[in-house]
Design a protein around this ligand. Structure first.
Ligand SMILES: Cc1ncc(COP(=O)(O)O)c(C=O)c1O
Length: 335
């Protein structure tokens, strides 16, 4: 409505669904609203290449009327890393224009290895989709049932997201806040002591992905690792020291002093973190997870952004993009 008042119309609506944690948006409703205005719906379905291939999975974005859908086939199905698919449906999006856009960014040397792996993944799934995904689904449901009964940990479920229509049953997110542990603390124990590999480790939780290769043995190892954590008083005491609430990312009060292009070409210097509040940031600083930059070149460095970065770093997040990943210094623009 705000755009309409300025005489403008949105070019498209862009939604990420499912999220990394498996939360699915109501794409049927969103696509219906978009199409009533003649606007295409673009969906980042990076984590949902398997959706719609089993009766107990949420519907895929294409099934719900999306116009352009990009899927990381390598994430959930078994194609080689870096192989993705762009799907198009309907006639709201100009296919010729999409092809021309892709030509401007694509290599002229396609990788037949990646293309063949995409075709193999497609063929594998199309042979017997329900059967292939059934085992992974069963194992994921069993794991959730067992883990929900453990004291001190929580399992992400519908009750946390009542407005969202579905959660991918192959994603399992376990929270450790009641134990006072960050996801990174818990992961260190699970990884080092039990050789358990998670999909996404965060400040509050760990997300696990079930897939075609998941087995009962994996679930048993995960459950016994979690039992080890919840039954160990040492971890629970550690919690009390760490109970400080994690501030959310400081995206609401961003101040831009220079556009990123100007900041890119500015001369720069390294500055100790204690002195850099109010300076113009000269690098992209991105804690992972969530993988969203907390600062980009050209933004004024605020105390809130710095506190957020230091907090997530102290809980074990990896800082990507910064010249000093320990964050004792930050590159700033010269005035
Ligand atoms: C929501 C989402 N979209 C896109 C991507 C990037 O996908 P790809 O690795 O296929 O480039 C990721 C990567 O984790 C993601 O989480």
């Amino acid at each position: 409505m705000e755009l309409e008042m300025e005489g403008l119309k949105p070019a498209a609506v862009y939604v990420t669904s499912p999220t990394y944690h498996g939360i699915c948006s109501n794409l049927s409703e969103i696509s219906r609203m978009c199409h009533s205005q003649g606007i295409p719906l673009i969906v980042d379905e990076a984590h949902g290449a398997h959706l719609g291939f089993h009766s107990q999975f949420p519907c895929s974005a294409l099934q719900q009327g999306a116009d352009l859908v990009v899927q990381s086939t390598h994430k959930v199905l078994c194609s080689l890393q870096q192989s993705s698919m762009l799907h198009m449906s309907g006639n709201l999006v100009d296919r010729g224009r999409i092809c021309r856009c892709l030509q401007t960014i694509q290599s002229t040397s396609p990788s037949y290895l990646l293309l063949a792996s995409l075709d193999a993944a497609r063929s594998h799934l199309s042979e017997n989709p329900e059967g292939i995904l059934e085992k992974a689904l069963k194992i994921a449901v069993e794991a959730k049932d067992m883990i929900e009964k453990l004291p001190g940990v929580s399992v992400l479920g519908f009750q946390s997201f009542p407005k969202f229509p579905a959660i991918d049953p192959l994603r399992l997110t376990i929270g450790f806040e009641q134990l006072g542990l960050s996801g990174h603390d818990a992961y260190e124990i699970l990884y080092k002591d039990h050789e358990i590999v998670g999909e996404l480790v965060g400040t509050r939780c760990i997300t696990f992905a079930f897939n075609l290769g998941s087995s009962r043995e994996h679930v048993q190892r995960l459950v016994s690792g979690l039992k080890h954590i919840v039954s160990s008083p040492a971890f629970i005491q550690g919690d009390k020291r760490r109970k400080k609430h994690v501030d959310s990312a400081p995206f609401a009060d961003i101040r831009t002093s220079l556009i990123p292009r100007d900041a890119f070409f500015k001369s720069k210097r390294k500055m100790s973190i204690e002195n850099c509040i109010g300076e113009v940031c000269g690098e992209l600083i991105c804690p992972y997870p969530p993988g969203i930059p907390a600062m980009i070149p050209g933004e004024t460095i605020t105390e809130r952004a710095l506190n957020y970065l230091l907090d997530v770093r102290s809980k074990g997040a990896i800082i990507v993009g910064a010249s000093d990943p320990q964050l004792s210094s930050i590159v700033v623009c010269n005035s």
